[in-house]
Design a protein around this ligand. Structure first.
Ligand SMILES: Nc1ncnc2c1ncn2[C@@H]1O[C@H](COP(=O)(O)OP(=O)(O)OP(=O)(O)O)[C@@H](O)[C@H]1O
Ligand SMILES: [Zn+2]
Ligand SMILES: [Zn+2]
Length: 802
């Protein structure tokens, strides 16, 4: 078995195959399938994954593997298979699918390094540069005293070499540890020999006499209020020694979580959990849809199911949406399972993520709680997979591989023969329809655990406000209620229902709207910096003083972004203390959590924000929820807009009155009769489901059909249109008679980063060969994609139609 089959890291569609490499003698014993290797590829050295081994190859003159990056395989055999399935499902490259399963740091990085080739003394500039090291990053030369010529000469003289290295960006964190180097009686002897002035040294030695275990130096210095030099003196005397220890960066202090125990389940919970427990004990795979109103105790059902899985010695994966992965959420899992839980969250640093991943890989934890990509956790003995808030669109990845975590979960659930639980107060139509057909097993929690009623929802028709002369964005009712709430010392959540919405700039004289010169989208006004920015390509320019079209100075920013609401609120209810939560205020790491903590500590009366405040938050003092513009999402060009509106209104209403105090919800809208608003206000999921299903049937949208979205983009508009037309023609020749191809039409954002974008949509019921037609089409345009920078992207079951 001295031939390795390697998938190389070359993201070109022509290279979706394995290459054979010779395994050199020295690696033959250690090399296993699933390891990352460095291989020569053309003139370069690149990273690849070993996906198989063999004793023969149909090629001769094989090149050798240069290096092996892992000592234990980065990917298990199951994940290698999963990658193949994923690549096929999403029409992406195998290498892309494999890379998607690993933490960021393990993706290859191509670096130039300077390597010292000799032991003899180099010129002082070089000695300074190396400073005792043998290999340094190429970048260190920049800014040093060494010129390019000197560098070149040193290479020619053979003193150094410059290597193009594939380096995996792995950064392990080490701490310096201190421990006694002698036995206790020798330490005691040393104490007698100490000079009287060496009080600190005495303290240190006494410490180690009592506690001979190694301790982190920083901790030691702090505990004994001493300095580095004291420790060093004892090391020099050979009494103590220091060594490096690798530590995991654990962003959570596990001891800080008070342990919780299983609650006695309510009747509904007991009924819901029973078939799940049966699945677990019989090692059977079913998909359960846990439809439970907000506050009905879904999480307790998850926790107790997981406990069963752990008792069987198996592992659990729990997915929660990125924005719900708050300290509150982490606490619930760490509180029950302690340090047995790894957390995979995008707000962690690259190193922290890597450490959490390794804790999973080394089986040091049995539970992972994480956002979308945690579905690839390298567990090998999975006993349950849970997807909380299964309706969340963030479970769909928007770059290659464009997968939905739910599909991956079900696939892994089949492989491991374990239950998959999809939980939500507002399941997607797709999932609910499957549950109705019996494909998924439905479990329902219809009541809050504390038997509190869902808060009363009042709909305010904003047209009436206008007629009554109220031109503000707050109805009179909402204003009064907010004021009363503040007077009672209770808190308020205000939702501005607008995804990606922000302030744009318009001329009041001629109506000119300032757009990005590279994308067909309005620029966003950022008040703090007084800049206009494009959220698609990061173009920016200063806010103009006059209109570029008509030179009027009446150019102003418009719209009700959160900043504007905040300003309006300050005028209307000056006593209100407001925390604003939107993309701008939460961009910095940890900002999101900090704002929530401030709100929980009652440092503000009002939490004002976008979508991100609607999910999973549980503040006992919140008694009023206001939705400022319930219908703004209804007008987006998206067949799911009613569904998303219904989900959002239901979720946000669930934030009020969860505890002792009862809650109230005020929903402001210009379309009070719209069924998604009306039915959400009655918490009537069932009627909403029926009504929306009827709409989907009439207009032929999922779950009645499947979708595939092809987006074609090019710098030249004509080229983009023509290619799109050709593709539509080809598709029409191949599809079944009951399938449809719509388009080509310009994408909802017709130009991004100077590229024109056209799309076509395939609606189909049954197209077993669709993936292979699309692959064939991609193959036809392969050369144009490579040479002329034509881009064709495919999104199977798209969520984001832009
Ligand atoms: N069996 C039980 N007995 C008493 N309290 C319970 C029980 N189960 C859950 N709870 C409590 O009820 C509250 C709501 O439960 P939980 O947050 O799990 O609901 P949820 O359905 O996940 O809500 P949401 O969808 O809003 O996140 C929590 O405070 C939880 O501790
Ligand atoms: Zn103008
Ligand atoms: Zn732009």
């Amino acid at each position: 078995m001295n031939i390795a089959k390697v998938i190389v890291d070359v993201p070109a569609s022509s290279i979706n195959q394995t290459f054979d490499y010779l395994v050199p003698e020295k690696f033959q014993d250690i090399l296993q399938t699933g390891m990352r290797v460095i291989v020569p590829f053309g003139p370069r050295k690149i990273m690849g994954f070993v996906v198989g081994k063999s004793s023969e190859s149909s090629f001769d003159k094989l090149k050798e593997i240069v290096d092996v990056l892992d000592l234990i395989p980065a990917l298990t055999p199951e994940l290698l298979d999963l990658g193949k399935w994923l690549a096929n499902e999403t029409l992406s490259l195998y290498i892309t699918a494999l890379q998607a399963m690993l933490p960021q740091v393990m993706k290859a990085q191509y670096n130039k390094e300077i390597v010292r080739m000799t032991d003899s003394e180099l010129s002082s500039e070089f000695e300074n540069l190396f400073a005792g090291r043998d290999i340094i990053a190429y970048e260190e030369v920049e800014g040093s005293a060494i010129s390019y010529y000197q560098l070149q000469k040193a290479v020619q003289d053979g003193d150094i070499s410059i290597d193009y290295l594939v380096k995996s960006k792995i950064t392990k964190k080490h701490v310096t540890m201190i421990k006694p180097a002698r036995s206790p009686h020798l330490l005691e002897e040393a104490i007698y020999d100490l000079s009287k002035n060496a009080k600190k040294q005495l303290l240190l030695l006494q410490y180690f006499l009592e506690k001979p275990e190694a301790i982190a130096k920083q901790q030691l210095l702090k505990a004994l209020k001493t300095t580095d030099s004291t420790v060093k003196a004892l090391i020099d005397k050979g009494l103590l020694e220091s060594f490096q220890m690798e530590v995991y960066r654990n962003p959570y202090d596990d001891d800080a979580f008070a342990r919780t125990v299983a609650l006695e389940l309510t009747e509904e919970q007991t009924t819901a959990i029973l078939p799940i427990k049966e699945n677990i004990s019989n090692e059977k795979h079913d998909v359960f849809l846990l439809h439970g109103v907000t506050g009905s105790g879904k999480t307790e059902v998850y926790l107790q199911s997981i406990q069963d899985v752990l008792d069987k010695g198996k592992e659990a994966i729990v997915l929660v949406p990125e924005i719900s992965l708050t300290p509150q959420m982490v606490k619930r899992f760490k509180g029950r399972f302690g340090s047995n839980v790894a957390v995979m969250h995008s707000a962690l640093s690259v190193g922290e993520k890597y450490d959490e991943w390794r804790r999973i890989q080394r089986k040091e934890v049995q539970v992972v709680v994480g956002a979308r990509s945690a579905i690839f956790a390298p567990f090998e003995n999975i006993g349950i997979i849970i997807i909380d808030e299964e309706h969340e669109t963030s479970y769909k990845q928007e770059d290659q591989p464009r997968y939905h975590a739910r599909d991956v979960a079900i696939h892994r659930g089949e492989t491991h023969q374990c239950p998959v639980i999809l939980g939500s107060a507002t399941p997607t139509l797709e999932s609910y329809a499957r549950a109705q057909k019996g494909v998924y097993k439905l479990a329902t929690l219809s009541k809050r655990t504390n038997e509190k009623a869902m808060p009363e929802v009042e709909i305010i028709d904003m047209r009436d406000e206008l007629h009554a002369g109220n031109r503000t964005m707050f109805s009179r009712k909402l204003k009064t209620r907010v004021e009363q709430c503040i007077q009672r010392g209770e808190q308020i959540v205000l939702l501005l229902n607008r995804r990606g919405y922000s302030t744009f700039v318009m001329c009041r004289d001629c109506g000119h709207v300032k757009e990005c010169p590279h994308c067909d989208i309005a620029l966003t006004f950022h008040k703090n910096s007084s800049q206009l920015k494009c959220h698609y390509c990061s173009y920016e320019e200063p806010m103009p003083v006059e209109c570029p079209e008509c030179t009027s100075d009446l150019i102003r920013y418009f719209g009700t972004g959160t900043q504007k609401v905040e300003e309006a609120l300050a005028k209307l209810i000056p006593e209100a203390r407001v925390i604003r939560m939107d993309v701008d205020t939460t961009r910095r790491k940890g900002a999101h959590e900090k704002l929530l903590t401030q709100f929980a500590n009652k440092e503000a009366d009002i939490l004002l924000g976008t979508q991100m405040i609607a999910k999973g938050l549980d503040f006992e003092n919140v008694t009023l929820v206001g939705v400022l513009t319930a219908d703004s999402m209804l007008h987006l060009p998206d067949f799911r807009s009613s569904e998303k509106t219904f989900q959002l209104l239901t979720q946000v209403s669930g934030r009020a009155g969860r505890h002792e105090l009862s809650g109230e919800v005020i929903v402001q809208t210009y379309t009070p009769d719209h069924y998604s608003i009306e039915l959400a206000s009655n918490y009537n999921f069932n009627d909403f489901y029926l009504k929306e299903m009827a709409m989907r049937k009439t207009f032929q949208y999922p779950p009645y059909v499947f979708l595939a979205l092809l987006t074609i983009s090019h710098e030249n508009k004509i080229k983009a249109v023509q290619t799109a037309q050709k593709i539509v023609q080809m598709l029409l020749k191949n599809i079944q008679s009951d399938s449809k191809v719509l388009g080509p039409t310009p994408s909802p954002i017709p130009r991004i980063k100077d590229r024109y974008r056209y799309q076509c949509m395939i609606k189909y019921k049954n197209e077993p060969d669709l993936r292979s037609y699309i692959n064939k089409i991609m193959d036809i345009f392969k050369d144009e994609m490579r040479k002329e920078d034509l881009q064709i992207t495919v999104d199977m079951q798209p969520y984001h139609l832009m």
